[in-house]
Each structure stands twice: as C-alpha cells, then as structure tokens.
Design a protein around this ligand. Structure first.
Ligand code: B12
Ligand code: SF4
Length: 237
C-alpha cells in the first residue's frame, strides 16, 4: 500500500497493478482499501496481462471486460473478470532468469534448509485437486492440476546449471508428487543425465502420494528434503 501511494505521489499518471495470492483471494476488499490501486489480476496473469498492456497502449481496442482475471473499477463498482488458467504449461517460456539471477540471492527463497548454493526455485506443476480447508490453492492456482513434462523441467534445470551455476533446486509446486509416473520420469532423467544438483520440496508433498520405492528413487536423484502436512493426529480423521 505504501509503495503504491509513493508511486502515485511521484506521478499520478503511472498505472498501478497488483497481482498474486492476496488480491486473488480478496479482490474486492483490496480494491476498496487501496484507493491508489488502479487494476488487479486474479489468479494466473499470463493469459490477461499482455492483452491488458496492448489495450492500455492503444494497440487493442477490446473492452477491459474481455481481459481474463482483470480487476477494475466501473461506475463506483469493483468488477472482477473470469479467470483463465494456462492449460499447457510447456508452452510457457522459461522465466527471464537474467533478471532474477539466482547467484545474486544469498539464501534460499523459502528460507528453510539449503544444502548447496545458489538455489533456484522452480514450478513443475500448478494447481491441486484436493480440498484441504486451510489451503489457499483454490484462490490462487486452482483445483485443476496441470503439469509440465519432465523433459521441459529438465531443460530448464540444465539451463540453470550451465548458465547460472545453480547447484540446488527448490520445487515450489502445490502438489509435486500427485502424478507418480511423472515423478519417476523426472528422477530417471536427472539420474541418466547425471545432472549434479541437490533438490528439495519445501512447499510440501502429500504423504499419501509417497511410498518407500518413490522415496528411494527421489533420494537417488538428489532429493534430500521435503515438507509434509500432518493433517491430523488421529488415524480416524
Ligand atoms: C514460495 C512461497 C512462499 C515463500 C515466498 C518466498 C519469496 N521470497 O518469494 C515464503 C515461505 C516466504 C511464503 C510465505 C507465505 N506464504 Co507462501 N507460498 C509460496 C509458494 C509455495 C510459491 C509462490 C511462487 O513463487 N509461485 C510462483 C509464481 C510464478 O506464481 P504466483 O505467485 O502464483 O504468480 C502468478 C499469479 O499469482 C500472478 N501474479 C503474481 N504476482 C503478480 C504481480 C502482478 C503485477 C500481476 C499482474 C500478476 C501477478 O501471475 C503469476 C503467473 O501466473 C505458494 C504456493 C504455490 N505453489 O504457488 C505459497 C502461497 C502463495 N503462500 C501462501 C501463504 C498463506 C503464505 C503466508 C501468509 C504463510 C504464513 N501464514 O506466514 C506467508 C506470507 C508471506 C508474505 N509476506 O507475503 C498461500 C497464499 C494463499 C492466499 N491466497 O492467501 C499460498 C498460495 C500457499 C497455499 N496453497 O495456501 N510463501
Ligand atoms: S494437498 Fe496440499 S496443495 Fe492440495 S489442497 Fe491440500 S494443502 Fe493445498
């Protein structure tokens, strides 16, 4: 809120946009309390942000109501457009790692355990079909589970290792181990290609997707740590 106010104080004509989990969960509230915020995006922004920028730049005459996920004000009301998710994650380009060079980050992004530095965070899937009541996944990436192919993920890891000297990967997926075959293929590719990284899943994996075989394979492929959610102390619930 302070940053947005500062930007507007500097120049009222600068357009301010917020995105990410907060506004995705509380769009109406955010627009009401942050008066200087012009626009917001709910959920994944890839589908909408380019269209939005083209409209703002005058290159596209379409109406704002057609921009997926856009939050805006109209006649004193907060309008929230329907979201669009990225169905085929392999079609996304790799992030502009030059702009967020992992070598310039002194600690792990998730700030817990690190075996080796530099660390790069990576998402190999989005969404989760489960309905844990406390979890924000439904307001963020949603219930539809979508995956990148293991080959696509490995190509990004190879880039991170060769160009940015990355030595550890933190998988930040909502539910990395949901598709067992994909995890097996991912691990086997890391082993076969002899990629020298340690990796961890600090955002957590579901306990009921794990067994001794998959854990041993993950360890052989370089995994040394993951978080798990202990949903209940009672086996009945
Ligand atoms: C890594 C992580 C953290 C790290 C962040 C480290 C860092 N330096 O960035 C740490 C451990 C610090 C953290 C802390 C917390 N986290 Co957290 N975290 C995550 C995690 C695992 C990955 C986030 C990420 O980087 N995703 C990758 C990016 C690319 O995806 P994205 O953020 O969704 O971005 C997309 C859109 O949101 C949008 N977008 C994002 N930003 C912007 C900006 C603009 C301008 C636009 C247009 C669009 C846009 O476009 C992107 C591409 O589609 C997510 C779960 C997940 N798998 O996403 C939880 C998650 C975001 N965290 C969550 C929570 C609750 C928290 C905490 C509040 C926990 C707590 N009680 O303390 C704190 C809040 C910290 C804070 N100050 O904000 C919830 C949020 C739920 C909600 N809607 O409220 C999530 C979704 C987990 C969950 N399933 O419940 N977190
Ligand atoms: S399994 Fe994990 S990501 Fe999925 S709803 Fe439950 S807590 Fe959220």
């Amino acid at each position: 809120m302070k940053m947005i106010a500062m930007v507007k104080e500097f120049d009222r004509n600068i357009i301010t946009i917020a995105g990410g989990p907060h506004i995705s969960g509380l769009a109406d509230h955010t627009m009401r309390i942050v008066k200087d915020l012009d626009y917001g995006f709910c959920g994944e922004a890839e589908a909408g942000i380019v269209k939005f920028c083209r409209i703002m730049a005058g290159e596209d005459g379409a109406a704002l109501s057609g921009v997926p996920g856009l939050v805006y004000r109209k006649d004193g009301r907060v309008m929230i457009n329907e979201r669009a998710i990225v169905e085929d994650l392999d079609k996304l380009e790799f992030p502009e790692w030059d702009l967020i060079d992992p070598r310039t980050y002194p600690v792990a992004p998730q700030g817990t355990f690190t075996k080796r530095l530099p660390v790069a965070p990576i998402l190999t899937s989005r969404g989760c079909p489960y309905e844990c009541t406390y979890c924000g996944v439904k307001s963020n990436t949603g219930r539809k589970y979508r995956t990148r192919s293991p080959e696509n993920v490995i190509a990004e890891i190879e880039l991170l290792v060769s160009k940015y000297a990355v030595r550890e990967i933190h998988i930040e997926d909502d539910n990395f181990t949901l598709d067992r075959n994909r995890v097996v293929r991912f691990c086997n590719l890391l082993i076969d290609k002899k990629i020298d990284i340690s990796w961890a899943c600090p955002n957590g994996v579901r306990l009921d997707t794990l067994d001794a075989d998959i854990l041993k394979l993950m360890e052989r492929a370089g995994c040394y740590s993951f978080a798990i959610g202990i949903e209940s102390g009672s086996p009945k619930f």
